[in-house]
Design a protein around this ligand. Structure first.
Ligand SMILES: [Zn+2]
Length: 121
């Protein structure tokens, strides 16, 4: 895998966005999920990169997990997955949001990420 996305893709390469997920909340709001505004983690390929001293709620992670693989992929400009970036805390009484920001694209090779061969072209 490499972070270079300025070169044309080779036959078995594909790209995914790296993501940053950051906790946001209205100033002074009472937070019920042990989140702290400004805390973050990143998604690079299939790996979650958490930061030392920034624990992350398993309930919040469970709410985010279904969306992260879709947000990693290139989407159409009119797709809501392209434009919408905040996920609500699963606690309906908690004002916390999780802002997903697409960072640079990371390049992967199909042959290094799957045992399933590509169809013959
Ligand atoms: Zn919350």
């Amino acid at each position: 895998m490499s972070a270079k996305s300025d070169q044309p893709l080779t036959d078995d390469e594909f790209e995914l966005y790296d993501l940053r997920v950051e906790v946001v909340a209205p100033p002074g709001a009472k937070i019920y999920c042990n989140s702290k505004p400004g805390d973050w983690f990143e998604v690079r390929g299939e790996l979650l990169h958490f930061q030392p001293g920034m624990p992350f709620s398993l309930y919040n992670l469970a709410a985010l997990l279904p969306l992260l693989p879709a947000k990693q992929r290139v989407t159409a400009p009119n797709d809501w997955m392209t434009t919408d970036a905040e996920v609500a805390c699963p606690d309906p009484h908690c004002p916390t949001r999780f802002r997903i920001t697409r960072l640079g694209k990371r390049r992967f090779r199909h042959s290094e990420t799957s045992a399933v061969p590509l169809p013959k072209r």
